[in-house]
Structure formats: structure tokens, C-alpha cells
Design a protein around this ligand. Structure first.
Ligand SMILES: Cc1ncc(COP(=O)(O)O)c(C=O)c1O
Length: 387
């Protein structure tokens, strides 16, 4: 990637997300073989660039969408609504109606009111109920805001049936960047109990959605996709063996695109105050690095200075907002200085999607390595890859 960073700099200014589509293909194929029985629904929110979505579509992937905006992006690429699942549990009514009109038949719910909204705006659709998880081993937990407890989930399934919807199963999300395969096992055990109780009361469920959460290599060790796949299979054999023709869904976001991108930024300022050293770069919490607000730990590399002695810095973004601090304490080369390139490794997910124009500062754009290899300088100028 270092080579491509230098090549990209010939044609574009920082900050940018340097992206390698071939890694997305590799990750998709690896996940397919690790989760042989699952249909993969890429969580578009992780990175919705049309070239990423088109590639995944060509490979046969389905899509988890969160809003009308995402649905429209996919429809514009010729992707049928039948290949989409509306996984957001907080949907606008008009978005539900739009989804339904465009062939989406599968909706996530975790409350009575959401069921009522779906029943009115997408009558007769298939719904699955999201159960909550503790997000314990996740670096980006999604625990409090979503999902519900098993008893309530069961009641919701019956409520959906009463509302003339078709309740088909259970979903969960173990929290994004989850480092422990046991998290999926624990959630599948809970789902198994709900399936059993539903069945005893005359409701046969057939869908298990094991969500996202599949991790990307950052600073901590991560389990392989094969280990997670095995954990999921074992848990299904143990807790859902009685379900014939179980339809298994996985909704990876981060896993599919994280490794494919480096966020390349530049040092704008080095300063010292109250005895503490600060480095300011040209992207921050409002320009692609929102996840660092909850201390999401990217591996950092200052290009050309990888072997230099390290010291502790505060690392901050370029805006006039004091919340725009990326890391309160992080080790960077002692020699780091103006115009050095600070790269955030494996940052292809949830970076460009979180962009704002706050302070009038241009957010990172996405640059594909393919473009750097295939096009002449003149062609790149025409395509406006150049600033
Ligand atoms: C419903 C749903 N599915 C899947 C995902 C993707 O999660 P991840 O990026 O951890 O794989 C998310 C992320 O927020 C989500 O909300």
C-alpha cells in the first residue's frame, strides 16, 4: 500500500481513503467459504461507494440497507429489492413504503410500534425480531440502543402475526469489531430458546440473522473468520438442530471493506502546550474518524518514519471544535513534523461514510488503486481524480 500512497499523492491531496477493491473480493470469498450455509447481506452503511456495491453485487452478494437513501443507491445500480433486507429497526414510514414498492420483503423490528409501521406500509411482509446482546467483546458495542429481551422478542413475533405480517425469525448484532467467537454462540443459544418457545406455541420460525460484528485487524489480535464460522455452525447444531431448512443470514459491514482501505492524512501542525505534545492532522472526528471518539484503535503509520523512536502525543483533527481529538494518548515517531503522512491502516469501513463538511473542510475522498494503475495522467485529470 505504501507504494500506492505515493502514487496517489501524485494526483490527489490528502486526506483520502486509498482503496483496493481486490481485497473486498477476497474478503467476500473468504466469508462465503467460512460461512458456507449463510446468505451474505453486505451492510451498505460501512461503505456505500457504487464501485464497492457493484463488485459485491456481481459476486452474488445481497444487501442490508438502513434507509431510502441506501435503497436508491442500490436500485440505481440495477440491484433488485428482492436482494435487500431492511435491517434498521428505526425506519421512516415513507422509507418502509418505498422499500415495499421496490420489492423489499424483509424487515427488522424490535418494538410494537415498528411492527405497526411495517404492517401499514409493507403489508404481509416478512419480519424478524432483533434481540439485544451485551456487546461485551466488541470494540464498537451496539448494545443499548437496539434489540430486545427474549420474552419480549417472542411477544413481538406473535404481535407481528396478529398484524398480518409474516414473522420468520430472529436477528442479533454482537457489536461491531467483536473479538470473541463465543459472542455469536451465546446469542444463538438465546435465539434457539426463542425458536423453541415459538414452535411450541404454533409458530414455526426459519430465519436466523447473525448480524455483523466480524472483526478487522487493528491493534488487538482478532479471531479468524474460520473460527467465527465454526462457532456459528457449532451453536446452530447445538441450539437450532430442530429447525428444518434454516435460512441463515450474515450482515458483515466492517469485515468486507475495512482491510481494503488506508486513510491517508497529513500533519498540519505540531505544537507543545502545558508540557504536552500535540499533532494536528487534516482529518478528524468530523472527517472520517468519528469512530475514534469512542477510542476505536486504528494502527497508525507515519510513512518513512516507521523505525524512528516513539513518544506520546495527543492526536487531533483540523476543526475548531475541542471534541475533534482522535487519540488523547498515542505513540508517534519523535521526529513527526509538518507535512508528514499519517496513515490509518485498515480504515475502509465507517470512515468516508461519516464525513461532514464541518468548518468548511473538505472530507476525505475515496481513491481506487485500479484507477492509479490503469489510467494515464491525462485521463485522471478528465475523471477529476485530480484536485
Ligand atoms: C443491522 C446491522 N447489520 C449489520 C451491521 C454491520 O456491522 P459490522 O460493520 O460490525 O459488520 C450493522 C452495523 O451497524 C447494522 O446496524
Amino acid at each position: 500500500m505504501e507504494y500506492w500512497v505515493r502514487r496517489a499523492l501524485e494526483v490527489v491531496k490528502t486526506p483520502f481513503l486509498l482503496f483496493d477493491l481486490s481485497i473486498v473480493e477476497k474478503k467476500y470469498l473468504e466469508m462465503k467459504s467460512a460461512l458456507r450455509k449463510a446468505d451474505i447481506y453486505y451492510a451498505v452503511k460501512a461503505n456505500s461507494h457504487p464501485r464497492i456495491v457493484s463488485l459485491l453485487s456481481k459476486l452474488g452478494c445481497n444487501f442490508d440497507v438502513a434507509s431510502k437513501g441506501e435503497i436508491e443507491k442500490l436500485l440505481a445500480l440495477g440491484i433488485d429489492g428482492k436482494r435487500m433486507s431492511f435491517g434498521n429497526t428505526i425506519k421512516r414510514e415513507e422509507d418502509i413504503a418505498f422499500a415495499y414498492k421496490n420489492g423489499i420483503k424483509l424487515f427488522a423490528v424490535d418494538s410494537e410500534m415498528e411492527i405497526e409501521k411495517v404492517a401499514i406500509n409493507a403489508p404481509g411482509s416478512f419480519v424478524f425480531v432483533r434481540i439485544s446482546t451485551d456487546g461485551e467483546d466488541a470494540d464498537w458495542p451496539l448494545s443499548r440502543k437496539f434489540g430486545t429481551d427474549p420474552d419480549h422478542a417472542l411477544r413481538l413475533l406473535f404481535y407481528a402475526a396478529k398484524m398480518k405480517l409474516r414473522p420468520v425469525g430472529i436477528s442479533f448484532h454482537v457489536g461491531s469489531q467483536n473479538l470473541n467467537p463465543e459472542s455469536w454462540k451465546k446469542a444463538i443459544e438465546v435465539a434457539g430458546k426463542i425458536f423453541k418457545k415459538a414452535m411450541r406455541s404454533g409458530l414455526n420460525l426459519s430465519l436466523l440473522n447473525v448480524g455483523g460484528g466480524f472483526p478487522v485487524q487493528h491493534r488487538k489480535p482478532i479471531p479468524s473468520i474460520e473460527e467465527i464460522g465454526r462457532a456459528i455452525e457449532e451453536a446452530i447444531d447445538e441450539h437450532l438442530w430442530f429447525v428444518h431448512n434454516l435460512k441463515l443470514i450474515a450482515e458483515p459491514g466492517r469485515y468486507m471493506v475495512g482491510e481494503a482501505g488506508w486513510l491517508v492524512t497529513k500533519v498540519l501542525l505540531k505544537s507543545e502546550r502545558a508540557g504536552e505534545k500535540w499533532i494536528y492532522i487534516d482529518a478528524g472526528a468530523f472527517h472520517g474518524l468519528a469512530e475514534t471518539l469512542q477510542n476505536f484503535e486504528y494502527e497508525l503509520r507515519v510513512l518513512g518514519k516507521e523505525k524512528d523512536e516513539l513518544e506520546e502525543y495527543h492526536l487531533a483533527g483540523p476543526t475548531c471544535d475541542s471534541i475533534d481529538v482522535i487519540y488523547d494518548k498515542v505513540l508517534l515517531p519523535k521526529s513527526v513534523t509538518l507535512n508528514d503522512l499519517v496513515c490509518f491502516i485498515n480504515a475502509g469501513a465507517y470512515t468516508v461514510e461519516y464525513n461532514t463538511q464541518f468548518n468548511g473542510i473538505e472530507p476525505p475522498k475515496i481513491i481506487f488503486i485500479d484507477d492509479l494503475t490503469e489510467l494515464s495522467l491525462e485521463e485522471k485529470m478528465k475523471l477529476r481524480i485530480l484536485d
